[in-house]
Design a protein around this ligand. Structure first.
Ligand code: COI
Length: 350
């Protein structure tokens, strides 16, 4: 893959206050673009970040044939670029692509495109604690065709944003028992727009009740915990770390997977199994729930302070430095910022 580079004439970096970075609000100077037509990927370019032109009739806008990813890059103390688990995001992107009838974007193209873009926009990668460069690859379908069939023409983009915390403090979440994010046989495991669009209305209703996010339950019975939409979920009950299994309805989160690997390293008793709402509520009531937290690329590790269920709020124990979520956060941060050995080969250093 040969990438043509068109440099931005004047950087926008002075417009960003790096001491208080709002998540997703600013874009770095450049973006990557590739085109798929006549059965293959071509015209690889890095160019100044800008608006794009698409037909109002295009498949993405009407029928939602679109996918995306989210991953992060960091700087170590020697000012080198560290990218966290880029290969896993590349694989997940192609799992999403298959489900949405979109072409595979080869893993070596994915990693090369990100690496070249980051080298060019290196000064955009923040270097303070709790900051990173959020990397957003996406693919859109372009056929200007009204009718339900997979497109034949696509574009792939990557743009990046300097990022601070997604959640600035422990979150209040509501167990959702009316609306459904994903069902068996659906697209819940794919990082496609439909999952996020479907979550907006119930999330807004929950925000009106002062919750930050929802805990999605299974679409059939609403008795079992699935994920939170912006993150996977973990509970610590009687010193056992619990998380729901993957499947059609749960995104295979990279942070989730990393926590499970670290839990194994630390010999923490872990169970990946169905978790019922009753089990969570009973464990809060009888004081056996020690902590609950979300895990996602944007959210990193987000401790849960309150769970709302059937019009009642349940406050969880306060997190401190001995909590498992704090330990996982410290370990993950250490690996991501290069101060702890990367025993799992998760980091690509540029
Ligand atoms: C991510 O964690 O990368 C996501 O796409 C979730 C979104 C809340 C930003």
């Amino acid at each position: 893959m040969k990438i043509d580079v068109i440099h931005k004439k004047k950087s926008d970096i002075d417009k960003v206050d790096f001491s208080d970075i709002k998540f997703g609000a600013f874009h770095s100077d450049h973006m990557f673009e590739a085109q798929f037509f006549e059965g293959s990927w071509k015209n690889f370019k890095i160019l100044p970040f800008d608006n794009i032109t698409i037909s109002p009739a295009c498949t993405t806008l009407h029928y939602g044939q679109t996918i995306f990813e989210g991953l992060k890059a960091y700087k170590n103390k020697d000012d080198e670029i560290l990218i966290f688990r880029m290969d896993k995001n590349a694989k997940r992107f192609n799992i999403s692509a298959e489900r949405m009838c979109m072409p595979n974007f080869p893993e070596q193209y994915f990693t090369k495109a990100i690496s070249e873009l980051l080298i060019l926009d290196k000064k955009w990668i923040p270097n303070k604690k709790n900051t990173s460069l959020y990397i957003r690859p996406l693919m859109i379908a372009l056929d200007p065709f009204i009718g339900i069939k997979p497109a034949e023409n696509f574009k792939f983009y990557i743009f990046t944003c300097p990022a601070g915390n997604y959640y600035s403090e422990p979150v209040r979440v509501k167990i959702e028992t009316e609306f459904t994010r994903a069902i068996k046989g659906g697209v819940g495991y794919s990082k496609t727009a439909a999952n996020y669009a479907a979550s907006l209305y119930p999330s807004v209703l929950a925000q009106e009740q002062n919750y930050d996010q929802l805990i999605w339950t299974d679409g059939k019975t609403h008795n079992y915990i699935e994920e939170s939409g912006t993150m996977n979920l973990f509970f610590v009950i009687e010193n056992t770390l619990l998380t729901a299994p993957l499947g059609d309805t749960v995104l295979d989160g990279v942070t989730r997977d990393s926590i499970l690997a670290l839990a194994e390293d630390l010999n923490i008793k872990t169970e990946v199994r169905n978790i019922s709402v009753d089990e969570v509520i009973n464990s809060i009531n009888n004081n056996t729930l020690q902590e609950a937290f979300g895990a996602g690329t944007a959210a990193t590790i987000a401790p849960i302070k309150t769970i709302g269920y059937e019009n009642k709020d349940y406050d969880l124990p306060k997190i401190d430095s001995s909590s498992l979520s704090s330990k996982f956060l410290d370990l993950l941060d250490g690996i991501k910022y290069g101060s702890i050995n990367d025993n799992h080969n998760w980091i690509t250093k540029l």
